[in-house]
Ligand binder design. Structure first.
Ligand code: DD9
Length: 245
Protein backbone atom coordinates (compact mmCIF):
# COMPACT_ATOMS: atom_id res chain seq x y z
CA UNK A 1 0.00 0.00 0.00
CA UNK A 2 2.87 2.38 0.90
CA UNK A 3 4.41 1.72 -2.53
CA UNK A 4 1.15 2.53 -4.32
CA UNK A 5 0.85 5.72 -2.27
CA UNK A 6 4.37 6.76 -3.35
CA UNK A 7 3.62 6.04 -7.02
CA UNK A 8 0.50 8.20 -6.77
CA UNK A 9 2.49 10.94 -5.07
CA UNK A 10 5.08 10.78 -7.86
CA UNK A 11 2.39 11.19 -10.51
CA UNK A 12 0.96 14.02 -8.49
CA UNK A 13 4.44 15.59 -8.39
CA UNK A 14 4.62 15.65 -12.19
CA UNK A 15 1.08 16.91 -12.74
CA UNK A 16 1.16 19.30 -9.78
CA UNK A 17 4.57 20.74 -10.73
CA UNK A 18 3.35 21.34 -14.26
CA UNK A 19 0.14 23.05 -13.15
CA UNK A 20 1.79 25.06 -10.40
CA UNK A 21 5.05 26.09 -12.09
CA UNK A 22 3.91 26.42 -15.71
CA UNK A 23 0.24 27.33 -15.55
CA UNK A 24 0.01 29.25 -12.28
CA UNK A 25 3.62 30.48 -12.69
CA UNK A 26 2.71 32.12 -16.03
CA UNK A 27 -0.37 33.75 -14.50
CA UNK A 28 1.77 35.10 -11.63
CA UNK A 29 4.29 36.62 -14.05
CA UNK A 30 1.45 38.17 -16.05
CA UNK A 31 -0.16 39.69 -12.94
CA UNK A 32 3.30 40.92 -11.84
CA UNK A 33 3.75 42.61 -15.21
CA UNK A 34 0.28 44.22 -15.00
CA UNK A 35 0.94 45.49 -11.45
CA UNK A 36 4.06 47.32 -12.63
CA UNK A 37 7.68 47.37 -11.53
CA UNK A 38 7.69 47.62 -7.73
CA UNK A 39 4.24 46.33 -6.81
CA UNK A 40 4.59 43.57 -9.39
CA UNK A 41 7.99 42.50 -8.09
CA UNK A 42 6.71 42.38 -4.50
CA UNK A 43 3.77 40.25 -5.64
CA UNK A 44 5.90 37.79 -7.63
CA UNK A 45 8.49 37.41 -4.84
CA UNK A 46 5.71 36.67 -2.33
CA UNK A 47 4.29 34.03 -4.70
CA UNK A 48 7.74 32.42 -5.04
CA UNK A 49 8.03 32.21 -1.25
CA UNK A 50 4.51 30.74 -0.95
CA UNK A 51 5.43 28.18 -3.64
CA UNK A 52 8.47 27.14 -1.60
CA UNK A 53 6.36 26.27 1.43
CA UNK A 54 3.30 24.95 -0.39
CA UNK A 55 5.42 22.51 -2.45
CA UNK A 56 5.99 20.47 0.72
CA UNK A 57 2.37 20.67 1.88
CA UNK A 58 1.18 19.51 -1.54
CA UNK A 59 3.57 16.55 -1.43
CA UNK A 60 2.41 15.64 2.08
CA UNK A 61 5.86 16.31 3.57
CA UNK A 62 6.23 17.71 7.08
CA UNK A 63 8.97 20.32 7.39
CA UNK A 64 10.80 20.67 10.72
CA UNK A 65 12.35 24.11 11.13
CA UNK A 66 15.10 24.27 13.76
CA UNK A 67 16.14 27.62 15.09
CA UNK A 68 15.07 30.97 13.77
CA UNK A 69 16.55 32.73 10.79
CA UNK A 70 18.95 35.14 12.51
CA UNK A 71 18.53 38.87 11.97
CA UNK A 72 21.34 40.17 9.82
CA UNK A 73 21.21 43.88 9.06
CA UNK A 74 23.17 43.58 5.86
CA UNK A 75 23.16 41.28 2.87
CA UNK A 76 24.47 37.75 3.33
CA UNK A 77 25.28 34.50 1.54
CA UNK A 78 23.26 31.45 2.50
CA UNK A 79 25.62 28.47 2.47
CA UNK A 80 23.79 25.15 2.52
CA UNK A 81 24.40 21.45 2.04
CA UNK A 82 22.68 20.02 -1.03
CA UNK A 83 20.66 16.81 -1.27
CA UNK A 84 17.79 17.15 -3.72
CA UNK A 85 15.98 19.41 -6.18
CA UNK A 86 13.68 20.11 -3.23
CA UNK A 87 16.44 22.17 -1.58
CA UNK A 88 15.48 25.07 -3.85
CA UNK A 89 11.82 25.29 -2.69
CA UNK A 90 12.91 24.59 0.90
CA UNK A 91 15.28 27.56 0.86
CA UNK A 92 13.00 29.97 -0.98
CA UNK A 93 10.13 29.00 1.32
CA UNK A 94 11.94 29.11 4.65
CA UNK A 95 14.88 31.50 4.08
CA UNK A 96 13.15 33.73 1.54
CA UNK A 97 13.05 34.27 -2.22
CA UNK A 98 16.82 34.51 -2.73
CA UNK A 99 18.95 34.33 -5.90
CA UNK A 100 21.11 31.23 -6.34
CA UNK A 101 24.69 30.78 -7.47
CA UNK A 102 24.14 27.51 -9.27
CA UNK A 103 25.19 25.21 -12.08
CA UNK A 104 24.34 26.34 -15.62
CA UNK A 105 22.53 23.00 -16.09
CA UNK A 106 19.53 24.51 -14.25
CA UNK A 107 18.99 26.65 -17.33
CA UNK A 108 17.60 23.50 -18.98
CA UNK A 109 14.51 23.48 -16.74
CA UNK A 110 11.84 25.51 -18.52
CA UNK A 111 10.06 28.10 -16.39
CA UNK A 112 12.28 27.30 -13.37
CA UNK A 113 15.02 29.07 -15.36
CA UNK A 114 12.72 32.08 -15.81
CA UNK A 115 12.15 32.26 -12.06
CA UNK A 116 15.83 31.73 -11.23
CA UNK A 117 16.65 34.69 -13.49
CA UNK A 118 13.79 36.70 -12.01
CA UNK A 119 15.39 36.26 -8.59
CA UNK A 120 18.70 37.54 -9.98
CA UNK A 121 20.51 34.16 -9.84
CA UNK A 122 23.88 33.66 -11.50
CA UNK A 123 24.30 30.34 -13.29
CA UNK A 124 27.89 29.19 -13.65
CA UNK A 125 29.28 27.07 -16.48
CA UNK A 126 32.16 25.44 -14.62
CA UNK A 127 33.79 24.17 -17.80
CA UNK A 128 34.02 27.69 -19.18
CA UNK A 129 36.65 29.80 -17.39
CA UNK A 130 35.66 33.06 -19.05
CA UNK A 131 31.92 32.64 -18.34
CA UNK A 132 32.71 31.64 -14.72
CA UNK A 133 34.82 34.77 -14.23
CA UNK A 134 32.06 36.98 -15.69
CA UNK A 135 29.40 35.32 -13.51
CA UNK A 136 31.54 35.77 -10.37
CA UNK A 137 32.09 39.46 -11.22
CA UNK A 138 28.32 39.80 -11.61
CA UNK A 139 27.75 38.16 -8.18
CA UNK A 140 30.26 40.59 -6.63
CA UNK A 141 28.51 43.54 -8.29
CA UNK A 142 25.09 42.38 -7.07
CA UNK A 143 26.47 41.77 -3.55
CA UNK A 144 27.64 45.40 -3.54
CA UNK A 145 24.10 46.39 -4.49
CA UNK A 146 22.78 44.55 -1.41
CA UNK A 147 21.61 41.24 -2.91
CA UNK A 148 21.65 38.03 -0.85
CA UNK A 149 22.72 34.77 -2.53
CA UNK A 150 22.42 31.04 -1.94
CA UNK A 151 25.46 28.83 -2.52
CA UNK A 152 25.84 25.02 -2.40
CA UNK A 153 29.58 24.53 -1.77
CA UNK A 154 29.53 20.74 -2.23
CA UNK A 155 29.00 21.56 -5.91
CA UNK A 156 26.49 18.74 -6.41
CA UNK A 157 23.66 16.90 -4.67
CA UNK A 158 24.74 14.29 -2.17
CA UNK A 159 23.21 10.94 -3.17
CA UNK A 160 22.81 9.67 0.40
CA UNK A 161 22.33 13.00 2.12
CA UNK A 162 25.69 12.92 3.94
CA UNK A 163 27.52 16.23 3.55
CA UNK A 164 30.19 15.99 0.82
CA UNK A 165 33.51 17.86 1.28
CA UNK A 166 33.15 21.50 0.28
CA UNK A 167 34.88 22.29 -3.01
CA UNK A 168 38.17 24.20 -2.67
CA UNK A 169 37.64 27.99 -3.02
CA UNK A 170 33.86 27.54 -2.82
CA UNK A 171 33.61 30.29 -0.19
CA UNK A 172 35.99 32.67 -1.96
CA UNK A 173 33.20 35.05 -2.93
CA UNK A 174 32.04 35.40 0.70
CA UNK A 175 35.64 35.71 1.91
CA UNK A 176 36.63 38.35 -0.65
CA UNK A 177 33.40 40.37 -0.43
CA UNK A 178 33.41 40.07 3.42
CA UNK A 179 29.71 39.25 3.31
CA UNK A 180 28.26 37.42 6.35
CA UNK A 181 27.54 33.74 5.84
CA UNK A 182 24.26 32.20 7.01
CA UNK A 183 24.91 28.45 7.44
CA UNK A 184 21.91 26.27 6.62
CA UNK A 185 21.67 22.52 7.19
CA UNK A 186 19.17 20.33 5.39
CA UNK A 187 18.23 16.74 6.17
CA UNK A 188 15.45 14.62 4.68
CA UNK A 189 14.99 16.08 1.18
CA UNK A 190 17.19 13.30 -0.27
CA UNK A 191 14.67 10.76 1.04
CA UNK A 192 11.67 12.60 -0.39
CA UNK A 193 13.12 13.10 -3.90
CA UNK A 194 16.57 11.43 -4.21
CA UNK A 195 19.20 12.56 -6.71
CA UNK A 196 18.36 11.52 -10.31
CA UNK A 197 14.93 10.19 -9.29
CA UNK A 198 11.42 11.51 -9.50
CA UNK A 199 9.92 9.00 -7.10
CA UNK A 200 8.55 10.67 -3.99
CA UNK A 201 9.14 8.55 -0.91
CA UNK A 202 9.88 10.11 2.50
CA UNK A 203 7.41 12.34 4.28
CA UNK A 204 9.63 14.34 6.64
CA UNK A 205 12.37 16.85 6.09
CA UNK A 206 14.10 19.60 8.02
CA UNK A 207 16.06 22.82 7.82
CA UNK A 208 18.28 24.30 10.52
CA UNK A 209 19.77 27.79 10.74
CA UNK A 210 23.26 28.18 12.15
CA UNK A 211 24.76 31.28 13.74
CA UNK A 212 25.89 33.91 11.25
CA UNK A 213 29.62 33.68 10.41
CA UNK A 214 31.66 36.83 9.67
CA UNK A 215 34.45 36.22 7.12
CA UNK A 216 36.60 39.06 8.48
CA UNK A 217 37.23 36.89 11.57
CA UNK A 218 39.13 34.35 9.41
CA UNK A 219 42.62 34.56 7.98
CA UNK A 220 41.92 32.64 4.78
CA UNK A 221 39.11 31.22 2.67
CA UNK A 222 40.28 27.76 3.68
CA UNK A 223 39.82 28.53 7.37
CA UNK A 224 36.40 30.08 6.76
CA UNK A 225 35.35 27.12 4.60
CA UNK A 226 36.44 24.55 7.19
CA UNK A 227 34.55 26.39 9.92
CA UNK A 228 31.31 26.75 7.94
CA UNK A 229 31.50 23.13 6.73
CA UNK A 230 31.78 22.00 10.34
CA UNK A 231 28.80 24.13 11.46
CA UNK A 232 26.67 22.67 8.64
CA UNK A 233 27.77 19.09 9.41
CA UNK A 234 26.88 19.53 13.09
CA UNK A 235 23.53 21.02 12.06
CA UNK A 236 22.82 18.00 9.86
CA UNK A 237 23.61 15.63 12.75
CA UNK A 238 21.18 17.49 15.04
CA UNK A 239 18.53 17.62 12.33
CA UNK A 240 18.76 13.86 11.75
CA UNK A 241 17.64 13.32 15.35
CA UNK A 242 14.75 15.75 15.01
CA UNK A 243 13.53 14.52 11.61
CA UNK A 244 13.99 10.80 12.16
CA UNK A 245 12.48 10.59 15.66
C1 DD9 B 1 4.21 30.82 -8.66
C2 DD9 B 1 5.11 29.73 -9.16
C3 DD9 B 1 6.50 29.89 -8.67
C4 DD9 B 1 7.45 28.87 -9.25
C5 DD9 B 1 8.78 29.15 -8.67
C6 DD9 B 1 9.87 28.26 -9.15
C7 DD9 B 1 11.09 28.73 -8.42
C8 DD9 B 1 12.36 28.22 -8.91
C9 DD9 B 1 13.50 29.05 -8.37
Amino acid sequence: FAKLFNVLRSLWLLVGAFLYIFVYGSIVLLIGWILGKEKGRRFVLKQIEIFGRLAFKLLGVKVFVCGRKPDVNTNYIVVSNHQSILDIPLIIGYVGPTPFIAKKELEKFPMVNVYLKYLGSELIDRGNVRQTATAIREVMRKLNEGYHFVLFPEGTRSPNGEVLPFKPRSLEIAFKAKVPVLPVSIWGNHLVIPKHKLIVSGNKTGIMFGEVVYPENFKSEEELRAYVENVIRQGVEKLKEVVEN
